[in-house]
Design a protein around this ligand. Structure first.
Ligand code: 2HG
Ligand code: ZN
Length: 463
């Protein structure tokens, strides 16, 4: 801790006074893990990594930074995929910057079993929230493959979608209350389990999805729900995306509830298998639909009847949670990262369901129309029209042009360039594809009102 002290900026000692000596990191080795994102595509530099423990400490750190013109990059589990939680590579040399890590903010309140909610600090992981909810017979409606690292603050800041979105809505829909530190160090607190409370603007809703650009989220009051009594998980191999959508309709028509609906391609399933996971079924199919259903009565019997009449190549049906079936889907991200010879170009997009078959065909063909190596693997949350376009082996110099190609296809199909991962640093230059000039001006007005000096997550969401 002491090696670099003489070269430390004058404000670093003040921050040590607030959070404690050992929680202001300035040594390159100690900071390294906070400066690069999970994909390895985004890295930046910082003068210090600061790890507060309480909201009051965050408020004091932010106030001190505001007074010294120090920018702040907010970081939760650092599992984001658009570079939003690491500092910029090209920051202005005259603007010092700290990474504010919520890693020590890991308190969980007692579950309110009657109001069905729980208050947590920003650094608590999704998995920890769900375990605490589970002990009270409830479940956390947000779930995603990175559950053991992704944090409360992170999923709210990015308005994460995840695998339960189709059933429960996105993270914003789970936020009952919020506590956040504004750019000048004041603490904003809306904390009530009331589900009806219409006094003015929905500020918690505004902070959800703001990607750390409006305030530092320190605590969240989350809605919890009763888990389904029983679920059945099916992985069905199909030849066409239309067949997968048809199965979803059939399941809903028979009165079952769709808890999750995911799509994989043969290339993705084969890759995950190469990396050690059992295939869901022996037959190769162009697409594999993973469907989790709940409902009254004999869920499995109904699913089997539907499959009997459906154009499926092969299918496996298991009682939930069917972790081995889910693992095939959830291991995609890691297997793809291991298989690509270059940092993966990851594009999280959505299109209207009616356009999905055509859009998936066009996106799968992206590799054929570019003049450099590019191996697309598509997967994602089919029920939400949300496809994760992962492009492997793309040379760094070609990443921009292939991204533009994908976004052109998405825009032409009436889709969104960011379904659930946010804009971060990765997509800043493309926001005009999804929002009008006036819309972006209003967002800029909000940003300027809450963070006039542009000190919170500079370079994220806005150029
Ligand atoms: C998922 O759905 C995540 O598993 C990650 O959103 C998607 O790796 C990706 O592209
Ligand atoms: Zn996803």
């Amino acid at each position: 801790m002491t090696g670099n002290r003489t070269r430390d900026p004058f404000w670093a000692d003040d921050l040590r006074g607030i959070v404690g000596d050992t929680h202001v990191l300035t040594e390159p080795d100690a900071m390294a893990g906070h400066l690069t994102d999970w994909t390895g595509r985004f890295s930046g530099t910082a003068d210090a990594v600061v790890r507060p423990r309480t909201t009051d400490q965050v408020a004091a750190v932010v106030a001190r930074c505001a007074g010294a013109d120090v920018a702040i990059c907010v970081q939760g589990g650092n599992t984001g995929l658009v570079g939003g939680s690491v500092p910029p590579a090209d920051r202005r040399p005259d603007t010092p910057l700290i990474v504010l890590s919520t890693v020590r903010m890991s308190d969980i309140d007692e579950v309110d079993a009657v109001g069905r909610c729980v208050g947590v600090q920003a650094g608590v992981t999704v998995d920890a929230i769900d375990r605490r909810a589970g002990a009270a017979g409830l479940t956390f409606p947000v779930d995603l493959a990175s559950r053991e690292s992704a944090t409360a603050g992170g999923v709210v800041a990015t308005n994460a979608g995840g695998i339960r979105m189709i059933r429960r809505g996105n993270t914003r829909a789970q936020v009952l209350g919020i506590e956040a530190v504004l750019a000048d160090g004041r603490i904003l607190r809306r904390w009530t389990s009331l589900v009806k409370d219409n006094v003015g603007y929905d500020l918690p809703g505004l902070l959800a999805g703001s990607e750390g650009t409006l305030a530092v989220i320190t605590r969240v009051l989350f809605r919890l729900v009763a888990p389904p009594a029983a679920t059945v998980v099916t992985v069905a191999g199909v030849r066409h995306v239309e067949d997968a959508l048809g199965l979803l309709d059939a399941v809903a028509d028979r009165g079952l509830t769709i808890e999750a609906a995911e799509i994989m391609t043969e290339a993705g399933v084969a890759l995950v298998h190469e990396h050690g996971l059992r295939r869901p079924s022996a037959s190769a199919s162009p697409f594999h639909l993973l469907l989790e259903a709940s409902g009254p009565g004999d869920i499995e019997g109904v699913v089997l009847e539907i499959l009997d009449d459906a154009p499926v190549v092969d299918a496996v049906v298991e009682p939930g949670p069917a972790r081995a079936l889910w693992a095939v889907r959830e291991q995609h991200t890691e297997s793809i990262a291991r298989a690509s010879t270059t940092p993966v170009v990851k594009l999280d997009v959505s299109v209207p369901l009616r356009a999905l078959p055509e859009a998936m065909a066009e996106l799968s063909a992206v590799g054929e129309v570019v003049d450099h190596p590019c191996r697309p693997i598509l997967f994602g949350h089919i029920g939400d029209g949300n496809i994760h376009v992962n492009l492997l082996d793309v040379p760094e110099a070609a990443a921009h042009s292939v991204t533009a190609r994908v976004f052109t296809v998405v825009a032409a199909n009436g889709g969104s360039i960011s379904a659930e991962h946010g804009i971060g640093r990765a997509k800043v230059q493309w926001t005009d594809l999804g929002r009008s000039d006036v819309d972006r001006e209003v967002m800029r007005t909000v940003k300027d009102a809450l963070d006039p000096a542009g000190m919170l997550n500079p370079g994220v969401l806005f150029g």
